[in-house]
Design a binder for this molecule. Structure first.
Ligand code: NOJ
Ligand code: CA
Length: 702
């Protein structure tokens, strides 16, 4: 029997008949699957007959047993086609077409009698593939030592990368040739985290541009219970290999058949605008699992938040302390530090501002005991999530918010002590229900407990999914900070409104900040997996305003902060600055009040990663359009063709743009507001300052 198999394999190889190819519906992408001479599964990818990924290996090294890598034969394979349109609960468009061709290959490893399937899907703008394992006699439980999935590149592409840190994605991007990747030289490290896993380790999604002008994004989809896929680069061979966060035993993933991995994805287009419009990551995720989604509502919110991040203003903590045990502390006896942000009075001020200007939510951070000693000590019992500080009257505030038609957004900072959070989460949810909270911002600053786990490991992946499901069962929306980066799971769980999982605007308040190109890169990378809680809308740009001589600043103009509401898509958008700063610029604040957070349609008008983005979006259930256009550190003229507007209508356009002398560094707050009549024949030419932007609202005349 063995001999026949070997002979068969040899003949197949000789005749090349084990190669199978699969085309995208439009015929532009071609996936080729093949076993190599050792019986190792391989794939290759072409776009319009040009190689994009050369023959690349697939498989796994396992702990304490033979690898699932070679010695495979193809038992059978099945082809199918799929074309369906579905409606997201919220999103950038109101309908999404999922059109793809599929190939399922059934493999058998003869010498161990184990089976593995690989499922490929080819869309017009990219592919996904995943490994699947049926229930079988010789493979029940197994431990993944390493995933061997390889991406064999065709050249030394221009690459946008952040270093591979299993604990943090809060970096800004380095742009270099692939062969110049050096994780140790990357700047902008995350907060209090473990070291990099390799000098050539990078995170996915990783974006590349070839010298032929092809954009390639390597990422994943539907990662719910498996470690995040990082990548290790071989700078000589120009390859990337999957690298997964280990647990304390060095194991990457614990599997039990039947099971499957997340999708490994490669998006390929020759237009940057098409890459931004891709829905392939979402299409590879499972349909919505929440039966009744009526509690889910996109919203804008404000919060007691930025005042803790800017210098010299407020604190999360009520007293100043160290070495505090929440259980043993008599909070009424602690001496207040006089800077506590989350007081009853201050919260009422924010609730009033929200009610007056039409915001749904008010985030309040620092409302609960424990902030005196919350970070850096890797301690287990940090917060209990249910005990307010003595100066935060939750009963009174929940009544007050209700009377004003506003909801307070809960804040659960775990400080990385996830075991503590898991023990207390049911009580925390009961507390939220009692006081009428329907949304929570969770946070995972610092090193994880259980000790030995990292933010991007399997245990945490399962925790994030478990909590999203738990919140869904309790009709609660969630915004995660410091999670692993999302991979489109908001299709399945649309109560996951947004995540941070990247370097947000807050870095501009207390660090070297985010370079002006940052917001022109993250939509192509991090945001391909889901919306980000970036917290735009900062009007008081320089921190010197709060503390003389402080050099920190937001690295954009004020007008660009407005444009970000359109260019950085999220159904949850914060108006992040302080109410008193908005009160000084009510004319510009008008845009934040008006802009929508849920959309029927989206047009990507101009885009180049690292340089500029211009997007127009049509508000859900209305004829109003909003446009955002941003640039990096270079000034540019944005050419905005309004031909997407309805033919027979005239629109009132309000244009919020950089003043002539605006500049993100020397004069960031200089803006002009212009009113214009426009129609679908109009093309606007708008000058964006260095680090600048422009925001436009368009309303049809009745
Ligand atoms: C980091 C989060 O990103 C930020 O939004 C939050 O205010 C702090 N952690 C405290 O939880
Ligand atoms: Ca640039």
């Amino acid at each position: 029997m063995k001999r026949i198999n070997a002979l068969f394999l040899f003949l197949c190889l000789l005749l090349g008949i084990n190669a199978q190819s699969l085309l995208s519906p439009d015929g532009n992408l071609k996936l080729i699957f093949q076993l190599d001479e050792t019986g190792c599964p391989t794939y290759a990818l072409q776009y319009k007959n040009i190689d994009v990924i050369k023959t690349s290996k697939m498989g796994f090294a396992l702990k304490n047993e033979a690898a699932l890598q070679n010695g495979f034969t193809i038992l059978s394979s099945q082809n199918s086609s799929f074309d369906e349109t579905w409606k997201p609960v919220w999103g950038e468009v109101n309908e999404i077409r999922d059109q793809h061709n599929e190939l399922l290959v059934n493999l058998h490893q003869t010498r161990t009698n184990r089976y593995m399937q690989i499922r490929f899907r080819v869309f017009n703008d990219g592919i996904g593939f995943r490994y699947e394992f049926e229930k079988q006699d010789k493979l029940g439980y197994f431990k993944i030592q390493d995933e061997l999935t390889n991406f064999n590149l065709t050249g030394d592409h221009k690459t946008f990368w952040i270093p591979g840190n299993f604990d943090s994605n809060e970096y800004y991007y380095t742009t270099s040739n692939f062969s110049e990747i050096n994780a140790n030289k990357a700047d902008g490290s995350g907060i209090g985290t473990h070291k990099l896993f390799s000098a050539t380790g990078v995170q996915s999604p990783i974006l590349m541009k070839t010298d032929k002008g092809l954009y390639i994004l390597i990422f994943e989809a539907g990662a719910l219970d498996y470690p995040a896929m990082h990548l290790d680069a071989n700078l000589k061979n120009l390859t990337l290999t999957s690298a997964l966060a280990p647990d304390a035993y060095g194991t990457k993933a614990y599997m039990q058949t039947p099971c499957k991995t997340p999708w490994r994805t490669i998006l390929v287009t020759d237009k940057a605008t098409e890459l931004l419009a891709s829905k392939t990551i979402l299409n590879l995720n499972e349909p919505c699992k929440i039966e009744n989604t009526d509690f889910i509502h996109p919203q804008k919110y404000i919060g007691i938040w930025w005042e803790m991040h800017v210098p010299n203003k407020s604190s999360w903590n009520y007293a100043d302390g160290y070495n505090i045990k929440i259980k043993d502390t008599d909070w009424n006896k602690l001496k207040p530090n006089g800077r506590h942000g989350a007081t009853t009075e201050n919260t009422k001020r924010y609730i009033d501002f929200a009610a007056e200007h039409g915001f749904n939510g008010v985030l309040v951070e620092g409302w609960n005991i424990g902030w005196e000693d919350w970070a850096g000590n890797w301690k287990e019992e940090v917060f209990d999530f249910v005990t307010p500080y003595p100066d935060f009257n939750v009963e009174e505030l929940s009544q007050y918010a209700k009377s004003k038609g506003v909801k307070i957004i809960m804040h659960h900072e775990t400080s990385g002590s996830v075991t503590n959070y898991e023990r207390r989460i049911d009580d925390a949810i009961d507390f939220m229900k009692k006081y009428g909270y329907d949304a929570v911002k969770t946070g995972y600053v610092g090193w994880i407990i259980p000790r030995g786990e990292e933010h991007d490991g399997q245990w945490m992946a399962q925790h994030y999914t478990r909590t999203i499901e738990k919140f869904a069962n309790n009709r609660i929306m969630v915004d995660q900070h410091e999670p692993t980066r999302p991979t489109g799971q908001h299709r399945t769980y649309p109560n996951l409104m947004a995540c941070e999982a990247a370097r947000g605007n807050e870095y501009n308040a207390w660090s070297s900040g985010n370079p002006p190109e940052h917001e022109t890169i993250i939509p192509f990378t991090r945001l391909m997996g889901g919306p980000m809680d970036y917290t735009p809308g900062i009007f008081e740009i320089k921190m010197d305003y709060y503390k003389k001589g402080n050099l920190c600043q937001v690295h954009t103009t004020l007008a660009k902060q407005l444009a970000l509401y359109v260019t950085l898509y999220s159904p949850l958008q914060m108006a992040a600055d302080l109410p008193e700063n908005y009160e000084k610029h009510m004319d510009a604040f008008r845009f934040i009040k008006d802009v929508a957070v849920d959309w029927d349609d989206t047009k990507i008008l101009e885009a180049e990663p690292g340089d500029y983005i211009c997007i127009a979006r049509k508000a859900k259930g209305s004829n109003n359009w909003f446009v955002g256009s941003i640039t990096d550190e270079n000034a540019r003229t944005s050419i905005i063709d309004l031909s997407f507007l309805d033919k027979d209508k005239t629109y009132d356009a309000v244009i919020y743009k950089d003043a002539k002398d605006a500049d993100w560094q020397s004069n960031p707050m200089a803006y002009i507001i212009e009113n214009k009549k426009v129609n679908n024949k109009t093309t606007l030419k708008i000058n964006l300052a260095k680090g600048g932007g422009c925001a436009i609202s368009l309303r049809p005349r009745p």
